[in-house]
Design a protein around this ligand. Structure first.
Ligand SMILES: [Fe+2]
Length: 295
């Protein structure tokens, strides 16, 4: 069966990509950009400053020192691009129909509803470094113009993170760079067992969720990333559980009781526990999958 993976990774094809790499192992493949024409043709001949003029989404400007600023209007970020010190992070390229085609095909290939998939873009002049970080989503990155160094490493420090973490901005989503569940300090640099490679126009890099990575542009660079960000298993499970439980009068009750009647609250909670256990046992993975694709 042919699908988008055969276009992204023609050397290994769909079955090898699925067997060996999807979803936990990184992979990159160099190749002719032309093979991806269906998915990117509207973006190929646009100059970066023209792109920033026509974009209908917000952008963020990421500087080497870890600072980050949002611009509601993309064209206001142009001075930062021209100063050649910053990465312009484009949040949503769905105004381009070729991008929507790619999202639909990827959605079909992985069986995840397209509402959990979007496309972002990255513009940077020569000499821009994006410091070591991990993201919380699964990514397919396509290099359109320019060359970039990449370093990547598996994330054994915080698998399946819920938030991105930048070593040069450790307070953004984390308390002084601490692991949210153990309190230990997260690393302040790329793990020593990282891999290095260079991407060129046409290179596609598959970056599993949470992988450590950093980049450095050798020349003016434009790349896009298809991002897959579905709910977590626990979000899915608790959403279905809550929606089933809300049919129960007891579950919908406010905790309002007469003074000195803690035993009534205690009774209600014990009854509710039984209802919750009953509902938990009734939920099947099929229910969760249906919920995932209709909400
Ligand atoms: Fe990233």
């Amino acid at each position: 069966m042919s699908d988008i993976f055969s276009d992204l990774f023609p050397k290994i094809g769909r079955s090898e990509f699925i067997d060996r790499y999807w979803p936990n192992t990184y992979y990159y493949e160099n190749g002719e950009l032309q093979r991806l024409n269906t998915f990117i043709h509207e973006l190929l001949d646009i100059q970066p400053t023209t792109l920033l003029d026509i974009l209908e989404c917000e952008v963020d400007v990421l500087s080497n020192d870890g600072s980050r600023y949002s611009f509601v209007s993309a064209k206001d970020s142009k001075p930062f691009y021209d100063q050649a010190e910053s990465m312009i992070y484009i949040k949503d390229l769905s105004q381009f129909s070729c991008i929507n085609t790619m999202i639909s095909q990827l959605s079909d290939a992985i069986g995840i509803d397209r509402k959990y998939i979007y496309c972002e873009g990255f513009l940077a002049k020569k000499g821009v470094r994006v410091d070591t970080h991990f993201d919380h989503e699964t990514n397919f990155m396509i290099q359109l113009t320019g060359e970039k160094d990449w370093q990547v490493a598996i994330n054994n420090d915080l698998p399946n993170p819920l938030k991105a973490f930048f070593v040069n901005n450790p307070n953004r989503f984390y308390d002084h760079g601490k692991h949210p569940y153990t309190g230990e300090r997260l690393p302040s640099e790329m793990p020593i067992d990282h891999q290095s490679f260079v991407v060129y126009p046409g290179t596609v890099t598959y970056l599993p969720r949470g992988y450590w990575h950093n980049t450095y542009t050798h020349s003016d660079s434009f790349s896009i990333g298809i991002v897959i960000d579905p709910p977590t298993n626990i979000e899915l499970f608790t959403s279905v559980l809550k929606s089933n439980l809300l049919k129960s009068e007891l579950a919908r009750k406010h905790p309002l009781y007469k003074p000195n009647s803690e035993h009534q609250f205690d009774n209600d909670i014990n009854k509710l526990k039984k209802e919750i256990i009953n509902e938990i046992n009734n939920i099947s993975s099929k229910d969760l999958y249906q919920y995932l694709n209709k909400n």
